[in-house]
Write a protein that binds this ligand. Structure first.
Ligand code: SAH
Length: 466
């Protein structure tokens, strides 16, 4: 991020603009939304500028800007659309301590003016660092459509009520009150009776929320999917949006955690003080403690929470305390990994069942029905199978698995650095060793990437079948 977005208080501050044409008008229309003291310097003002000056909205100086004109200004706009004139304005502005913007000259500007969606006091600023104005315009158009015109007045009325709302306890109770105002009661009242009705709705709503019993905590066990934030479900997003506390696994990456409510307490259950993982009992205790304190806890687990996620232990702990809970399923690693191969997990005439195995269980390398797994045509997805690779390979070969059975390992499925290792049962262990997989990896036995050109190329094919 080269440009840091902030909202500048222009109340009674001085803003200076040099220019009288189209570029000047465009900037002035935006600046006139603020309560800045605007001075315009131009020997040739457009008629609108003359009108604004007559109405006292800007101070017009019918001459070129000169040294001393930008004193005490916070912002200076060079908007003459003339390189030499703009450079001169910029020099004056900088010398007198203002931040300078030269219209359409990103490199020499100290700041840029974003595209703005105005629902004052709600303001959305969109910037692309000058890379794609088309994109900014499109986002602006979409937001203009999405944000109701009444949002501005609703927010203004709401702002005036903030002191009253402090009668509600801080945190969830207050948030629930505001959510109901902004998304239900407020818009409804506004539709029916305008601003007066919205004001009255706030009083009614506060009375109702004050008499309601305090909200109890709850726990949502949420699947975060395999890593790509776009593979989150809408329910997962909503839960993250509402969470007071998010307790997440090591597998859940920053792109997803960023979607949590800004005020939410984020706890990495994959880490302890000195890099060791938290014990399951500690995690259970943590979930329960926060929910009992009234928090909406989101227990965020990689992939699907119901697959190799120790979900039942956590649910048992929550249920033992009589706390309400819900499960939000997610996309499991096998589904994402399979999609990257352009294959499907089951196929008519090939396999009518699919097994999800773990390479490890509580006793070490996990034992399975190896003979069944070694049957030609069977497809098996192995989770946590990296360290057990040699063991699994040995067992399968010993139970009659064909050496040429395809084996495909997908590392970091759905992440930008996803890798696909294509091998066979015979070569599985040395190939996996050589590939030095460092991320989470899913191993398919009996499945190879689709041969026909897929819609998207399989990223970073690091080894061909032998
Ligand atoms: N509940 C998770 C699995 C947890 S077990 C799910 O449904 O996906 C952890 C194992 O999942 C890892 O060792 C790895 O085998 C697999 N895994 C998780 N995310 C993965 C990813 N993005 N790519 C490949 N394998 C992944």
């Amino acid at each position: 991020m080269q440009h840091f977005p902030i909202f500048l208080d222009l109340e009674a501050r001085r803003v200076v603009l040099s220019g009288g044409g189209e570029a000047a008008l465009a900037k002035l229309r935006l600046l006139l939304k603020t309560r800045a003291k605007i001075s315009v310097f131009t020997p040739a003002p457009a008629p609108e500028i003359v009108e604004w000056a007559a109405a006292g909205r800007v101070t017009l100086h019918r001459r070129a800007i000169a040294a001393g004109d930008a004193l005490c200004a916070v912002l200076v706009y060079a908007a003459d659309e003339d390189e030499a004139l703009d450079a001169r304005t910029a020099r004056i502005g900088r010398a007198e301590g203002a931040l300078v913007n030269i219209v359409d000259n990103l490199a020499d500007s100290a700041f840029i003016t974003p595209a703005i969606v105005d629902r004052d006091p709600v303001t959305v600023a969109i910037g692309t660092e000058g890379a794609a104005p088309v994109l900014a315009r499109k986002i602006k158009a979409e937001l203009e459509e999405r944000l109701p015109a009444a949002l501005g007045p609703l927010a203004r009325i709401g702002k005036g009520f903030r002191k009253m709302a402090e009668h509600l306890p801080f945190g969830r109770a207050r948030r629930a009150f505001w959510a109901e105002y902004y998304f239900q009661a407020g818009p409804r009242a506004m539709d029916q009776g305008g601003e007066d009705a919205a004001q009255a709705a706030l009083d009614d709503l506060l009375a109702r929320h004050l008499s309601a019993s305090p909200a109890a905590g709850r726990v949502d066990f949420v699947g975060a999917g395999p890593g790509d934030p776009e593979l989150l479900t809408l329910k997962a997003r909503k839960a993250l949006d509402a969470a007071d506390v998010v307790i997440h696994d090591r597998l859940v990456g920053p792109g997803i955690l960023e979607l949590a409510r800004r005020e939410a307490l984020m706890i990495d259950a994959g880490k302890h003080g000195f890099g060791t993982a938290m014990a399951q009992d500690e995690i259970n205790a943590l979930i329960v403690a926060h929910a009992r304190a009234g928090a909406h806890v989101v227990r965020l687990k990689g992939g699907d929470p119901m697959i190799f996620g120790r979900l039942d232990e956590e649910i048992d702990a929550v249920v033992a305390q009589g706390l309400p809970h819900a499960i939000v399923p997610g996309i499991t690693a096998a589904a994402a990994a399979c999609a990257s191969l352009g294959q499907s997990l089951t196929k008519r005439g090939r396999n009518s069942q699919i097994r999800f195995l773990t390479g490890h269980d509580t006793r070490g390398f996990a034992d399975h029905d190896w003979r069944a797994l070694a049957t030609p045509g069977e497809v098996t997805a192995i989770y946590m199978g990296k360290r057990a690779a040699r063991f699994i390979q040995g067992r399968l070969l010993m139970h009659g698995g064909a050496p040429e059975t395809p084996v495909t390992v997908v590392e970091n499925a759905s992440h930008p650095d996803q890798r696909v290792l294509e091998t066979t049962l015979a070569r599985m262990e040395p190939d996996m060793e050589q590939a030095a997989l460092s991320g989470p990896a899913l191993t398919f036995i009996g499945l190879a990437p689709r041969r026909a050109p897929a819609a998207l190329p399989v990223p970073n094919q690091i080894q061909e079948a032998r």
